[in-house]
Design a protein around this ligand. Structure first.
Ligand SMILES: N[C@@H](CCC(=O)N[C@@H](CS)C(=O)NCC(=O)O)C(=O)O
Length: 215
C-alpha cells in the first residue's frame, strides 16, 4: 500500500485529496511539524525534510503538485489527468506548476516572516509577499471567468493543486486577498465528497510524538 507522510493542513492535502478522488488505499502517516527536526530518520527519506512525501513501491516523491499529477496519470488518466493529445494539456501543466511555484510560495514567505518569525524584523517583506500573492491571482481569475474547471471542462488535479493555494490563504489569514469569484469556486470544489473525506482524514490523523522515528 502506498504511504503518504503529511502534517495537518499542509500541502500534503493535494496528495490526500487526489488519493480520495481516485479511491486508492493509503497509509497516512501524520508527523509533528516540522518533521525535519522532530522525526528522527525523516531526512533519510526526504533530504528536504518537507511534507508531503509519497512512497509508492520504489517511487519516492516530495513535490505536492507533482504527486497529484503522478497519481492522476498512473491511476486515473482519463478523469483526473489530461493526456498530451488533449487541447488543454499545456494549460493543465501550466496550472499544476502555477499552483505551488506562483501561488503557494509567496504565502509561505508571508507566513514565515510576518507571522511565525516576526521577531526577525522582516514582517514588512512578508506583507509585501502577501500583496504579491493577491496580484498573482489575476491569471486564475481570468481563466475562471468562462470556466467551471481549469482544464478540459472537467475536474482534474490542476483544480486540486490550485484550490489548495486558496485553502492555505484562508488558513493563514489571507482570505481577504482572494476575489469573491475565486472564493465561490473554491467553496464549490469543497463540496466534493472526496475533499470532505480528505479533510476529515487530515483532521483526525494523530501525529507521531516528537522523537519517534519515521516508520
Ligand atoms: N514545493 C514543495 C514544498 C513543500 C513544503 O515546503 N512543505 C511545507 C509544509 S506545507 C514544509 O514541509 N515545511 C517545513 C519545512 O520547510 O521544514 C511541495 O509543493 O510539496
Amino acid at each position: 500500500m502506498m504511504r503518504l507522510y503529511h502534517c495537518g493542513g499542509s500541502r500534503g492535502l493535494r496528495a490526500l485529496w487526489t488519493i480520495e478522488e481516485i479511491g486508492l488505499d493509503c497509509d497516512l502517516v501524520a508527523l509533528p511539524f516540522p518533521p525535519r527536526r522532530l522525526t528522527p530518520g525523516y531526512l533519510d527519506l526526504n533530504p528536504l525534510g518537507t511534507v508531503p512525501t509519497l512512497v509508492d513501491g520504489d517511487v519516492v516523491m516530495t513535490e505536492s503538485s507533482a504527486i497529484a499529477q503522478y497519481l492522476a496519470t498512473r491511476y486515473a488518466p482519463d478523469t483526473l489527468g489530461l493526456q498530451p493529445d488533449e487541447a488543454d494539456y499545456a494549460a493543465y501543466l501550466d496550472f499544476l506548476h502555477h499552483a505551488d511555484a506562483t501561488l503557494t510560495f509567496p504565502q509561505t514567505v508571508y507566513l514565515r516572516y510576518a507571522v511565525l518569525e516576526a521577531e526577525r524584523g522582516l514582517a514588512e517583506a512578508g506583507v509585501l509577499y502577501a500583496d504579491w500573492f493577491g496580484k498573482r491571482l489575476a491569471k486564475l481569475s481570468r481563466r475562471l471567468e468562462t470556466r467551471r474547471y481549469l482544464c478540459a471542462d472537467r475536474f482534474t488535479v490542476a483544480d486540486i493543486a490550485v484550490a489548495y493555494a486558496l485553502l492555505l490563504a484562508r488558513k493563514i489569514g489571507l482570505g481577504d486577498r482572494v476575489p469573491e469569484p475565486l472564493t465561490l469556486w473554491f467553496d464549490r470544489l469543497a463540496e466534493r465528497p472526496a475533499y470532505k473525506r480528505a479533510i476529515a482524514r487530515d483532521e483526525a490523523a494523530v501525529p507521531l510524538a516528537p522523537g519517534v522515528a519515521v516508520p
